[in-house]
Design a protein around this ligand. Sequence first.
Ligand code: SAH
Length: 395
Amino acid sequence: MNQLHLRRGRERPLQRRHPWVLSGSIARVDGKPASGETVDLIAADGSWMARAAFSPTSRIRARVWTWNPEEPVDRDLLEGRLNAAAARRLETGLSRTTNAWREVFAESDGLPGLIVDRYASIRVVQFLSAGVERWRDEILDLLQQGEVRAIVERSEGDVRGLEGLSPRRGQIWGEVPAAEVSINEGDRRYLVDLVAGHKTGFYLDQRENRGMVEGLAAGRRVLDAFCYSGGFTISALAGGAESVVAIDSSAPALALAARNLELNGFRPQQCEWIEGDVFGVLRKFRDEDRAFDLIILDPPKFAPTSAQAERAARGYKDINLLAFKLLRGGGQLVTFSCSGGVDPLLFQKIVADAALDAGVDARIERWLAQPADHPVALTFPEGRYLKGLVCRVGS
Ligand code: SAH
């Protein structure tokens, strides 16, 4: 029998149903569990606590599958969790306005390390922990059920490396109709590159914030920094922006953004496109005394875990400081962090420091977050990764 015995006094997070066991909390391992294999978690007093997936290389040494001693970890458990997660998305009513959403969000849906995004009739899946990797065949088999035509795998990124797993990408079942798939969100349409695009292809988590930006853009001179495939750029144009400057370091992302504009009835010539490093471009704009009324900062993840939070904080502060300097009086900054290692309060402090150093007086008008298809289990606050602020500077 494979068992992880906890050190005395380290049971508290598990008692509160937090699904992770950190390596430092383990007194000993009985048996020889392989990567991803199921282990029982045993308290220091010998009582049974939970059943989890073992991850021999990660600091997160085990991730809980079930708190129920009667529930085996098997195909039935996976099927039940997958179906429940998909049903919750339908209950949100999202499918009335879009055909793309996150169907499974890992720990928050009781499937630690598993991401499933739905793009029309295609599922894009990420196996990001040793536990779900071990059940890969069963999960892929279950994901072929329902109205899906194809599955694409995007098991990549630093988390997979920490779990001791190598990256895997590509189409694994069915037929993907084209290199890019077209999805809709309300009246907007977007081309998504499922195989070569970022994450699983599109920033589904910014859906509601795209709508919010649309409402702020009328008559504004807008800067969309880190524009990727043009989500916020299109929102700004749709909202009646006077002009839009869009920056990204990736040429393929900018090319896709231009096509996305056309798909929504705008001309790419309506924007100024800049292929470059946002840090450098913003400095150059500052030196040229350029000014904007609305700036969107949506950088990539600077800190995947809290260990990198300090370095990330410098990056956030730097771009937010520059953005504050580029805003005209009365202008608004829409600034995001998707770093799990930077919590919302820390992010707010960083933005506050940036405003102070920029010498501007600003106030928060809104707090932004991820939408309902990226829920956060109350027992797992780490699931809250996307945070944003709308700040208006004084005139
Ligand atoms: N706002 C986008 C998502 C941004 S993702 C949306 O809503 O769809 C982050 C983007 O930043 C990626 O497209 C990546 O190519 C780009 N990027 C990363 N580092 C950069 C840098 N230093 N300068 C400019 N772009 C960068």
